[in-house]
Design a binder for this molecule. Structure first.
Ligand SMILES: [Zn+2]
Length: 514
């Protein structure tokens, strides 16, 4: 100790460092099991500093973060420490660590820290060793580097073990993590470990209704309102262990809660596993029973992942035929206006005002014609026959799940340079195209959910149309009123030089593929 103290004494008398502290600490909490708390580290370091008569500068602290080489979260203060050392803002001659693995478990990072300390003449004190290491001495560097290599080995072993367990559990379709709302955990009475998930019948009505209504074409906004009216509340569940003071209060489900809920595969009894090594996502039959049928679940995924205008997200529309009817002179969409000042009735027109016709008169022709078409047995057969080949559908869905997971991962990535950001942006774009293509394929292979729900209903097509929300009717009209199916309805201009108004039926031109 005597030689070390003498050495430090020399530094302290150095006029350039007189105003600075002698030492600064880097404290980090690696995990909550087995490690020493930030406070313990602080106390131990303080005691050591007092013993050496060093005054301590402001510490660097990364709480609740892992220094493992597989950690993905940024360690902000570690970055700050490195940058302070590089820019000369560290302002002390000694870096104090609780133990050398508190530096970094990643050999490359640790080596960088050691090299940097050597370059700027900062020594490293390790409290658990009770020793000061001089980075200019090879023997001292070797001790710290050697420990880092062992630490990395350990970190890798733990991580591989963790991954293996997760992967084998996933392969068996075992539940994982917190049970989603509406499912509850059961435990093995002998080992006390999580055994399976079962339906929580007291609250499972919420996800069940959510999926049913989404499939029917209700928007998340409409469901949010409806759930509030029904008094469904999101609150604490008796079998969930909440952190002290983190117990949720009872409050209405928000659209965002509901959207998250609507993407959980667990409701369909499906376990999703992404292999961290290959990044491949797999869907595995779970060990628990579904509370939402897989068919309904995938229908809903299609609705909430729909490209462009998303019926589940947008406001409830007011009219079922706008955007489907076309203005014949310009081919543009039809909108509704109340410009007819005398009657105040709603009329259809286009953006440029080429056509003007009473909305009620057109609807009275177009809607019954469309429903009559849908009620025909041959049409029913033709449409439902599209619900082909399960093998193909499964394949496309698995590819879709994979592509969506990849996109999500890329969107979360933090590029480290401009060129990396560009590459990332291009990859995300390419993936978006791939996803759109797969969605198109999926649509081609299966019956659109809104149509399936209309055609599959026990009541007549007219009755189930009456019950369907406007958003669903709108989707149906968009599918059926196309040249390939019933035909595209184009509104003709009113003929000039005719004094008696022409009936609406003569103002609609049906375009069909021969
Ligand atoms: Zn027009």
């Amino acid at each position: 100790m005597a030689t070390q103290t003498a050495h430090i004494g020399a530094l302290i008398t150095n006029p350039t460092s007189a105003a600075l502290s002698d030492a600064r600490e880097y404290r980090r909490l690696s995990d909550d099991r087995g490690g020493n708390s930030i406070q313990e580290q602080a106390d131990g370091n303080k005691e050591a500093a007092d013993g050496q008569s060093w005054n301590l500068g402001a510490p660097y602290v990364d709480a609740d973060r892992s220094a493992s080489s597989f950690a993905t979260r940024k360690r902000d203060d570690f970055e700050r420490l490195i940058s302070d050392l590089e820019t000369g803002n560290f302002g002390a001659r000694i870096l104090m660590l609780w133990e050398s693995s508190r530096g970094s478990r990643k050999v490359s990072e640790w080596a960088r820290l050691i090299d940097l300390c050597r370059a700027v003449h900062v020594m490293i004190w390790v409290t658990t060793h009770g020793r000061l290491y001089d980075m200019e001495k090879w023997s001292d560097r070797k001790v710290l580097l050697g420990e880092a290599i062992e630490n990395e080995g350990e970190s890798e072993r733990i991580s591989v073990r963790g991954r293996r367990t997760a992967a084998s559990q996933a392969k068996l379709g075992r539940p994982h993590g917190l049970a989603p709302y509406g499912l509850m955990p059961t435990y093995d009475p002998k080992t006390g470990k999580l055994d399976n998930w079962i339906e929580d019948e007291a609250i499972s009505i919420v996800p069940k209704e959510l999926f049913r209504l989404l499939e029917k074409g209700y928007s998340l906004r409409a469901i949010e309102r409806l759930f509030l009216k029904r008094g469904y509340l999101n609150g604490p569940r008796p079998y969930v262990k909440y952190k002290e003071g983190k117990e949720p209060k009872e409050r209405p489900f928000t659209r965002h809660n509901l959207r998250n809920m609507a993407t959980r595969h667990a409701y369909a009894g499906v376990r999703v596993h992404t292999d961290p090594e290959s990044g491949k996502t797999e869907e595995i039959q779970g060990t628990w029973d579904w509370i939402v049928s897989p068919e309904r679940f995938y229908n809903v995924q299609r609705i909430i992942n729909a490209p462009g205008r998303n019926p589940a997200e947008s406001r409830e529309p007011k009219y079922e035929l706008t955007m489907t009817l076309k203005c014949d002179p310009c081919g543009g969409p039809i909108t509704v206006t109340r410009a007819n000042l005398k009657s105040h009735r709603e009329s259809y027109t286009c953006r440029d005002g080429h056509v003007f016709i009473a909305k009620a008169d057109v609807d009275a022709i177009v809607i019954p014609a469309m429903l009559g078409y849908l009620a025909r047995p041959d049409v029913y057969e033709m449409l439902t026959a599209r619900k082909a080949d399960d093998e193909n559908v499964r394949k496309v869905r698995a590819d879709l799940a994979q592509a969506r997971a990849n996109r999500e991962e890329m969107e979360k990535a933090t590029p480290e340079s401009l060129s990396e950001a560009r590459v990332l942006a291009r990859s995300i774009e390419a993936l978006a195209d791939k996803i759109a293509g797969l969605e198109e394929q999926e649509r081609g292979l299966t019956l659109p959910p809104v149509l399936a729900s209309l055609l599959g209903a026990a009541e007549s097509v007219e009755e189930s149309w009456e019950k369907a929300p406007i958003s669903a009717r709108r989707e149906i009209a968009k599918i059926i009123l196309t040249p390939q199916l019933f035909g595209e309805a184009r509104i003709l201009r009113a003929p000039r030089d005719v004094f008696d108004p022409v009936p609406a039926s003569e103002r609609i031109d049906w375009r069909r593929v021969a």
